[in-house]
Design a protein around this ligand. Sequence first.
Ligand code: COI
Length: 354
Amino acid sequence: MIASSAFPVTKVERSKKNELPASNIPFGKYFTDYMLEADCENGVWKNIEIKPYQPLVLSPSLAAIHYGQSIFEGVKAYKHSDGEAYIFRPLDNFRRFNISARRMQMQPVPEEIFIEGMRQLIALDKDWIPNKPDHALYIRPFMFATDEMIGVKPSDTYKFMIILSPTGPYYAEPMRIHVEEEYTRAARGGVGFTKVAGNYATSLLPAAAARSKGYDQVLWTDEVEHKYAEEIGTMNVFFVIGDKVVTPDLSRGTILAGVTRNSAITLLRDMGVTVEEARVNLDDVAAAYKSGQLKEVFGTGTAATISEIKELQYKDTVMKFDPKTWKIAPSIKKRLDDIREGRTPDPYGWLLKV
Ligand code: COI
């Protein structure tokens, strides 16, 4: 058991903060002064420390490189007008991280290291939290197998780390999405519900093909009929049909249980909107578009927050929207931003003060 005391810190000689652009900070390009590092050997956590952000020295036979035991999370922190930093729903990310760890036969990370380590790290880098609309401190916890051995077996050793990246919006503009009917992101019994690094690697080729046709991302479909919506490259997906909101349900284990997805469902229901979690047949979605019932399509994600879809192409149907006329997506984005950025009270207990 690790005592809930401060983890050892090696101080930086000089902050790099003056290298950060004053506005429009690109996603994932800048990293703060500090990082957290911890090692696990045969189930025992040790060497937990916060140190200057720096490269790692790794063996070429590192298990993670060869066999892919590598998982991550995405969390965000905000600075409120009281000058304090708040992390949005980190316990949900902590739980999901260990769900990914279990599926990938990796060691679970103790809450003490994940949450307390995150708080202590952010406290040191608090001045890096951007104070601008649509900006936040993106928190990237991750873990990878560190055994130095070429052999397909669960590693006996792991490294857990947290790095921090001040960032602007992941998608700055409403998106154009291509429904993917050839490639599959996940199948039942697979790892679609985890944040294993490889899930993102396999999305790159279909995303590049979609980009070559002028689309920003793909909407994944089921692995059998390619007609049920799953999730978009980096986000969960929602459809506003008539006066209801519909989003793919989690029961098949093929899509990520997004924290922002859950926040959006909670906010919508509290606003009196009916939300259905169900299998979403894209033939029905296209028919709803043709009859004028499909009002809005948007994505939700930690990095993406709430991202409006201005065009959705499914087979020979091109569904076009004018997000400026929408009501649902902008109102949950505003409600979510107001809570995260501290402009309204947080009735759900979603914020954890650093
Ligand atoms: C996130 O939304 O935090 C993600 O991890 C998605 C993406 C940046 C890969």
